[in-house]
Structures are given as structure tokens and as C-alpha cells.
Write a protein that binds this ligand. Sequence first.
Ligand SMILES: [Zn+2]
Length: 196
Amino acid sequence: MKKYTIITIITIGIILGFLTGIYIYKINQIKNKEIAQTNNDNKNNIESVNEANNENVIKTNSEEEKVSPNCTIILKVYYGKCNHIIEKKQTIEEAQVNMTEEEIKTKFSDWELQKFTPTEIVLYKEVDEFCNEHYVLREKDGYIAIFKIDENNNETLIEITDIPTEYLTEQDLENIQNGITIYGKKELNKAIEDFE
Ligand SMILES: [Zn+2]
């Protein structure tokens, strides 16, 4: 009898131990699943936060890239017939304020957009034309005079300045007598200022 009792107790113990083992194993499995699920949720949350951040970056960029009211537009035209690039500066038109780079591109579709910042836009194009800004400085009645040269090399007097030639240096006088050719209005103004 005593032997049987011992064997029964041992058998019950083994069975209980086995069942407890299974129970603990199952519990752990469920716990692990829960942890994995939580991790996934966290990951998803992080991803959606990242997406939100990206959207913010795009929005901020487009806000930065809009034309400001004090923007300057520089129009550069390359004239193929005389190989000159003439630059013209303009202040922005009211209707173009707050335009994005894409909108400016559409607006100036026949120009190449070389630079786009909120305060400066550079547009470039090439035309097979004469720039029509060829000048020559000559002496006329004792003063420096400005002549315009057309495509066929014809000279037309456009202005006699109030700069007398008698005070010029010998070298300047000689240059003026030979004619000083100048391309572009900006360069012309600069040359006149230098003589004043
Ligand atoms: Zn030219």
C-alpha cells in the first residue's frame, strides 16, 4: 500500500508539473504576441509621425520658395547677330508676388529659369537678332557726342553731351577722335561718367 501511494503521488506530481509547464509556456506565448503587437503599433505610430514631418517639410519649403514683394527680375537676352548679352533689371509685378518657381516657369515659358530665390529671379533667352545697343563716342563741335550704330553700321547722332573735349587727356582725345565703340546702355552710361 505504501509503495502504491508513493508511485501515485509521484505520477500526480509529474502530471501536474507537465501541465504547469504547458500552462506557463502558453502564457508566455500570449505575452510575447502582445509585446510584438505593441511594437508594431509603435512602429506604425513612428511611421505616421515621420509622414507628418515630411508633409511639414514640403509645406515649409514651398512657403520659402515664393516670390517676395521686393524681388528683382533680371532678364538676360543673348543676341545672336552681334553676340551680345543684354541684361535688364525689373522690379516684380504685383501679380507675380507669391508665385512659386513652377508658376514663374509657366508664366515665362519661353525663358530659361537660371535662378529662383524669393528676392532674385534670373531669366535667360537667346534670340537671332541685333541687340540694338551699339554706340560710338565721337567729338562734335568741341564736345563728346553719342552716336547710335544700327545693324548696317549707319551712325545716327543721339546726343551731344556737355563734356568739352578740350580738357581730355591726349590719349582720351585721340580715342574720341577715332571713335570709342561701346555695347550696351549700362556701359555707355559708365563711359560718359568716366569722362565727366
Ligand atoms: Zn550687340
